[in-house]
Design a protein around this ligand. Structure first.
Ligand SMILES: NC(=O)c1ccc[n+]([C@@H]2O[C@H](COP(=O)([O-])OP(=O)(O)OC[C@H]3O[C@@H](n4cnc5c(N)ncnc54)[C@H](OP(=O)(O)O)[C@@H]3O)[C@@H](O)[C@H]2O)c1
Length: 307
């Protein structure tokens, strides 16, 4: 059997329910993947609440959340040559990973499956696509170069922690990251200079600057104000989290094509890991989303479908 976590109408995490179904069969050009770990992201609760219904329309009833996971190919449909049974893969892109098994288009152009490099555990592979992929696109958009100094807002969240690490891999001379004091040791451990957001941030950043570029992974008034204050060239600022900030000179992120593959190329065999702050069984997806909605967990939240 296959187990899915579904919802029939937009709402809060309590609206999710668990459903058992037969394991899907792969159609032409598809493989069936059995997931071993599933990443949770803010986009999941934004979709569930209906906040994104114009940009990410869901097929209700019986819709499934989840935009990233890692697992193993367990069946291959006609016409698929890219994968064989037993291959470890990373699933990314359109929603639908809150389940044990899924039939997924296999073609590279579909951009939903990427071979999982052996160096990553299933859990680490599952949380790479959104956080690390988005961080990669953001750093490319601001044109970060070796020897430059970067400011990251929301550095202690999933995407921020990936941005800090990728920026240092790209050769940034210093990464200053905003986050709550309880997450400063985590940021220091990754090589960033932590700074508390909130009152007095402008003075603290003036002491720590100047900055060549700024990536906002938090969104809102202060990160926008500080990006404009700290980095003079608008082309060297980006936000992943605030669609109105472009009116104030902070452009929104445009993802690069085949983002995950490029991100994995950049990481190669360098040290890179996203802290996992909490793990839940798949059947407790509602509790996992509720924790994410509370905020401030300081890392990724993962669903484990079990064996
Ligand atoms: N455009 C895209 O493709 C894309 C991709 C990924 C994410 N996003 C969006 O980006 C945002 C962050 O995602 P995430 O997965 O990194 O979320 P997350 O793991 O929940 O992290 C958010 C972080 O923001 C910090 N924060 C909250 N208020 C702040 C403020 N005023 N100044 C600075 N930092 C602040 C929090 O830090 P403390 O806990 O230390 O207080 C928290 O660690 C979400 O809105 C998400 O939807 C967009």
């Amino acid at each position: 059997m296959s187990t899915s976590v579904l919802f029939d109408h937009y709402g809060e995490p309590g609206t999710l329910y668990v459903k058992d179904e037969p394991v899907p069969r792969p159609g032409s050009g598809e493989v069936v993947v059995r997931y071993r770990a599933i990443g949770i992201n803010p986009i999941d609760w934004k979709i569930l609440r209906g906040d994104l219904r114009a940009r990410v329309p869901m097929n209700l009833p019986g819709a499934c959340l989840g935009v990233e996971a890692a697992g193993v190919v367990v069946a291959v449909g006609p016409g698929v040559r890219r994968f064989t049974v037993g291959d470890p893969v990373i699933r990314h892109g359109r929603p639908g990973t809150f389940r044990t098994h899924e039939a997924v288009p296999a073609a590279q152009e579909a951009d939903q499956l990427t071979p999982q490099p052996g160096r990553f555990s299933a859990e680490q592979a599952a949380v790479l696509p959104v956080a690390a992929g988005t961080a990669y696109s953001a750093l490319r958009q601001v044109g970060l170069r070796a020897g430059e100094r970067l400011l990251v807002h929301g550095a202690s969240g999933g995407t921020g922690l990936a941005t800090v690490q990728l920026a240092l891999l790209m050769g940034a001379s210093e990464v200053v990251g905003t986050g709550s004091a309880r997450h400063h040791a985590l940021l220091r451990g990754l090589g960033a200079t932590p700074v508390e957001y909130g009152e007095g941030l402008r003075d603290r950043l003036d002491r720590l600057g100047p900055f060549h570029a700024s990536v906002d992974c938090a969104g809102g008034q202060q990160p926008t104000d500080m990006a404009v204050h700290a980095v003079k060239d608008p082309a060297r600022r980006v936000t992943i989290a605030d669609r109105r900030a472009h009116e104030r000179g902070v452009p929104h992120l445009d993802h690069v094509p085949l983002e995950l593959a490029s991100t994995l190329d950049l990481i190669g065999h360098s040290p890179f890991a996203l802290p996992v702050a909490a793990r839940f069984p798949l059947s407790q997806a509602a509790a996992a989303l509720a924790l994410g909605l509370e905020g401030g967990v300081g890392g990724k939240i993962v669903l484990l479908p079990g064996e």
